[in-house]
Unconditional design. Structure first.
Length: 161
């Protein structure tokens, strides 16, 4: 399945969540040789250290599982008025894709046309989350990561296939 197709699937899920009146929690769909995992990273936007902590853990998960690509779906604010939008990023070793879709709050909820962004809108830090070259995870770190991403861990990783 192409990265763009996965992004569109994730975007469809996020739109349904918004239509149901719920909050979109940042979701990482990570493809690895072991299969695909889904990890939600809920954090307080007023506490940037929580966001950085979650991204750091996601990065270590990707190294641990030898990730080949990921799709991040999140709700964000755009424009001077802080208008809500869905922002989705897809990254593999060979591609960087990003798209934005504005949310029109009301009854019913609506969405603008999907806008695909130029690849330079995907910050290098996202590309750098994927493991490159030789990487090493110690047995001790692997055990910690297994706890963090386990069923009752800080960031449970749900295997999708």
């Amino acid at each position: 399945m192409s990265l763009a197709t996965i992004m569109l699937e994730q975007l469809s899920v996020a739109r349904r969540i918004i239509e149901d009146g719920q909050e979109v929690v940042p979701a990482w769909r990570i493809t690895t040789p072991e299969g695909t995992f889904l990890i939600f990273t809920r954090f307080d936007a007023a506490k940037p250290e929580q966001r950085e902590h979650a991204i750091s853990l996601i990065s270590r998960f990707m190294v641990w599982k030898m990730a080949t690509s990921f799709v991040l779906t999140a709700e964000t604010w755009v424009g001077a008025d802080g208008e809500d939008a869905l922002f989705i990023i897809g990254v593999s070793r060979h591609e960087r894709l990003a798209a934005l879709q504005r949310i029109k709050r009301g009854d019913p909820v609506g969405f603008s046309e999907l806008m695909w962004l130029a690849k330079h809108h995907v910050e290098d830090r996202y590309f750098e989350l994927l493991p490159r070259g030789e990487t090493e995870i110690t047995a001790e770190e692997a055990a910690k990561l297994a706890c963090i991403f386990g069923k009752n861990g800080e960031l449970p990783a749900e295997r999708l296939n």
